[in-house]
Design a protein. Structure first.
Length: 573
């Protein structure tokens, strides 16, 4: 059995993804507004600023559980930084910047009463849906066995996963935010791979031999460097982890063969030196001593703490048993912000202020922290008829150096089955979701990324700068389709005069259909109805609004009643 796997290098696409996550997921205005409300003692206002919905009332908690429980909960809520929680929330893989759906982040829990659990849930089911979080108090609903949607394996998303963050308060509690440096393997001076000012540590200062545990940051670096070089057994040995290398033999219907433990560990972005301490903390809190990391749909990495230390082995999904909890990402991998600084993906100034202070303790930061606002669009040059033409957005249109007569001839040619290129093709692609020249595509991606993450101020700023609101994304959706992701009230009056209320996306759904399907607020549904949206629409699979309401919604009785009254022939099943 081999002991050395292929080296795991940090790829350029990982750096790009880290940059995009940090740029779009928690914009600077959100951090500033949430912090202002938190410092004013308004925890609900802080949650609202960070796009976190609150699904409980403190008065109800006091009535059900008593004043002492409610007081302890309120103390946690006063120190909750919902913007920091969103910053650290788990993100979907494969280049995405969106939240992993169907996750529960447990912030605090009473081990004697599961109903007394403060937790946050991510959006359900939809990787590309609205990015709102929900803060809850009560029993965690995701108690079902975690599962990978094998119908959509390209998503690599495990559903129904509970992340125990009650032992990781540095991810959400301002009283503990400074502990991030120590929790990623650092010491009082610096984090692994970083200088005390948060800049990347020069390669010549990284360890070339085992530095021992007296230097925690160097020890963490040594274990990671061995792992990245493909020496998984050496990395685990340096961290005091015993590896059972026997692997798992797959059943014939799964393709047969042996899955090697070392190969699976090599594919995971492990921070080996963290594992024993993190699992020890979980054990002290009563969460058990055995956890697993989902590796793929067939096997998991089992980590078991015992008197002799931490042991790691591979197990098939069938052998794991329903009671084994998943180890949260935050407990077994290097924090993304350390990776971002180490590889120069993001400057420390653009990190969350609480994060940058923890990872760069020797630097005195000035000015606001957090990602900058959107890049306002400037003129771009595109190839048209063998020449370079300058085009730019102005007053909600893509202005091109062609007269009305030229453009009418281009459109007539297209209507007759001919092909158009250059400026006219770019304008049409913007409005149809098609392929664009590189510079113009970057402007579209900037707008759509801000839409995806609910950054309404940025979207308004881009529209104010003249960007054409008639953009469509790769799924054929307009900005009206995207309203569930945004603060819709300031946007809807601006969009209705220029966008088609009955425009269909790639699945044949109108904006109203998408709002109902993707858990948009009832007030937005009413606003679209008041604007004249049709209620008898079917998508390409002939699914009606009535059927979607039956599947997913319990808060749209007014729409269900109206459809039944006005269109009794529509089938709801």
């Amino acid at each position: 059995m081999g002991t050395r796997a292929a080296p795991r290098a940090f790829r350029p696409d990982e750096a790009s993804r880290l940059r995009r996550i940090r740029r779009y997921a928690v914009p600077r205005w959100m951090i500033e507004r949430a912090t202002e409300r938190r410092l004013a003692g308004d925890w609900r206002g802080a949650c609202a600023a960070a796009n976190v919905d609150v699904a409980f009332d403190l008065a109800d908690v006091a009535r059900e559980h008593g004043g002492e429980v409610a007081a302890a909960l309120e103390d946690d809520l006063r120190h909750l930084a919902p913007d920091l929680l969103r910053w650290h929330a788990p993100r979907a893989g494969r280049g995405r910047t969106t939240l992993v759906p169907d996750q529960a982040l447990v912030l605090s829990a009473d081990p004697d009463d599961r109903r007394r659990t403060l937790h946050v849930t991510t959006p359900r089911q939809l990787v590309h849906g609205p990015q709102r979080l929900t803060l809850r108090f009560g029993a965690v609903a995701t108690d079902d066995w975690p599962y990978l949607n094998t119908d959509l394996p390209y998503l690599s998303v495990w559903h129904n996963v509970r992340h125990q963050w009650d032992t990781a308060r540095h991810l959400w509690d301002v009283r503990h935010a400074g502990e991030l440096r120590e929790r990623c393997g650092g010491d009082a001076l610096r984090a692994p791979f970083l200088q005390p000012d948060g800049t990347p540590r020069p390669p010549g200062l990284l360890p070339s031999a085992d530095p021992g545990r007296d230097d925690p940051a160097a020890h963490a670096e040594w274990a990671v460097l061995l792992h990245e070089a493909g020496d998984v057994p050496g990395a685990c040995a340096a961290a005091g982890i015993a590896v059972d290398e026997s692997g798992v033999e797959l059943a014939e219907y799964l393709g047969g063969g042996v899955v090697e433990t070392v190969d699976v560990l090599a594919r995971l972005p492990l921070a080996p030196a963290r594992l024993a301490d993190e699992i020890g903390r979980l054990a002290e809190r009563g969460h058990g001593e055995t956890f697993w990391i989902p590796a793929d749909q067939h096997v998991g990495v089992v980590l078991r703490l015992s008197g002799g230390g931490l042991g790691v082995e591979l197990a098939s999904r069938a052998d794991l048993g329903d009671g084994t909890p998943v180890l949260a990402d935050a407990a077994w991998r290097m924090p993304p912000d350390v990776e971002a600084l180490r590889h120069g993906a993001v400057p420390a100034e653009e990190l969350h202020p609480l994060v940058r202070e923890a990872l760069a303790p020797a630097r005195a930061f000035t000015g606001p922290g957090g990602p900058p606002g959107p890049d306002l669009p400037g003129p771009v040059r595109i190839r048209c008829r063998g020449e370079w033409h300058e085009v730019a957005f102005r007053d909600g249109e893509l202005r091109v150096p062609h007269g009305d007569g030229e453009r009418r001839r281009e459109r007539a040619l297209l209507a007759l089955g001919g092909a158009v290129g250059g400026c006219e093709a770019a304008d049409r692609a913007w409005r149809a979701g098609g392929r664009l020249p590189k510079a113009l595509d970057a402007q579209r991606r900037e707008l759509l990324a801000r839409v995806q993450h609910g950054d309404t101020p940025a979207v308004l700023a881009l529209l104010d700068a003249g960007v054409d609101p008639r953009v469509r994304d790769a799924r054929g959706r307009t900005l009206l389709h995207a309203l569930p992701m945004l603060d819709w009230e300031p946007l809807l009056p601006r969009l209705l005069p220029v966008l088609d209320l009955e425009a269909r996306d790639g699945c044949g759904r109108t904006p109203l259909h998408v709002v109902v399907f993707e858990d948009g607020p009832p007030a937005l549904v009413r606003a679209l109805l008041d604007a004249g949206a049709r209620i008898d629409v079917l998508d390409e699979d002939e699914i009606s609004l009535l059927r979607v309401i039956g599947w997913r919604r319990s808060d749209l009785g007014f729409l269900e009643e109206r459809i039944r009254d006005e269109h009794p022939d529509l089938d709801d099943w």
